[in-house]
Design a binder for this molecule. Structure first.
Ligand SMILES: [Fe+2]
Length: 303
């Protein structure tokens, strides 16, 4: 736990998509986000809260994960994080001012972590919009997380705990999955490395916390009208206790609604639990993930 900076939250994810109009329609009409303008190269922003954006979709030849961006508590935390990553040799790069402005950020830097070679961005201040949200499909809670399929969950977990300021909330026996919180953010997990189902590093899912069970029930019926397929759910995770529904977007990115999540105090939190991997423990409502399309999960790293 050798970091001296504090996270506030997972700020946004950037994803390459193969047909921007189709993915934009999914984000607004199915998932219930607000369009929040355009960026460089035809990129589209989407938001569920007052801040500039929660997701950035970028037109590309092939779908793929681009980066995660993390909000720290203060500009001082950002300075400390920059020095920390310089110290451990990850050569953080400040992003140009015009790019930061396009992203609604005061300033930001990026690193490439050495375990998966994914890009991580850090900032402390994102533009706040006073314009009320217009999309009334869902009441979002504001919290987010994402999961990635990784070849070695234990190695990724150890690195993130040792060098990136994360803490383990729970893990699956054999370290086939771990659920990590971005300390001191109270959510049970903000990032989940999973050693299944694909044998290669892929994106797994991005999740948005919702306020009510109605939000999940309405999504369940809405996806039928939009011919959207379920990946997993409706079910209930035994770890965080959250109720979930995972669906596929047109590029086989998996998007999740999640309701209810154990909250952790910054200090004095419980120890991580070693969760049973027995199938009977997999889902409290006996939900089973669909695996037919797992081979189509977009890659974690381009190239
Ligand atoms: Fe999730």
């Amino acid at each position: 736990m050798g970091v001296d900076f504090r996270y506030r939250r997972l700020g946004y994810l950037a994803l390459n998509v193969s047909e921007i109009e189709r993915s934009a329609a999914f984000a607004t009409d199915v998932f219930g986000m607000d369009s929040a303008g355009e960026g460089e190269g035809g990129a589209r922003f989407f938001r569920i809260a007052p801040w500039h954006h929660d997701v950035m979709l970028i037109p590309a030849d092939k779908p793929g994960f681009v980066r995660s961006s993390w909000e720290l508590e203060s500009e001082e935390d950002l300075d400390r994080a920059l020095s920390h990553y310089q110290r451990i040799g990850l050569s953080p790069q400040l992003i140009p001012q015009d790019e930061a402005a396009m992203l609604g950020l005061e300033r930001a830097f990026r690193i490439v972590e050495p375990k998966l070679n994914t890009v991580w961005e850090y900032y402390a201040r994102m533009s706040y919009s006073s314009v009320p949200l217009a999309n009334k499909l869902t009441k979002f809670e504001g919290g987010k997380h994402y999961g990635a399929v990784v070849p070695d969950c234990k190695a990724v977990t150890d690195y993130m705990v040792e060098h990136m300021g994360f803490r383990v909330s729970d893990y699956l026996e054999g370290w086939k999955a771990s659920l990590l919180r971005a300390w001191p953010n109270p959510n049970h997990h903000s990032f989940a490395p999973l050693q299944f189902p694909a044998p290669r590093p892929t994106f797994h899912h991005l999740a948005f916390m919702v306020q009510e069970i109605d939000d999940i029930g309405k999504l369940f019926n809405r996806i039928k009208r939009h011919d959207v397929q379920i990946q997993f759910g409706i079910g209930r995770h035994p770890t965080s206790g959250s109720i979930h529904l995972y669906i596929y977007d047109p590029d086989y990115f998996v998007w999740e609604y999640t309701l209810g999540m154990e909250q952790f105090p910054a200090e004095g939190a419980r120890e991580p639990r070693r969760m049973s991997a027995d199938p009977a423990n997999f889902d409290l409502w006996d939900a089973v993930p669909e695996t037919v399309h797992a081979a189509k999960f977009p890659p974690l790293v381009q190239g």
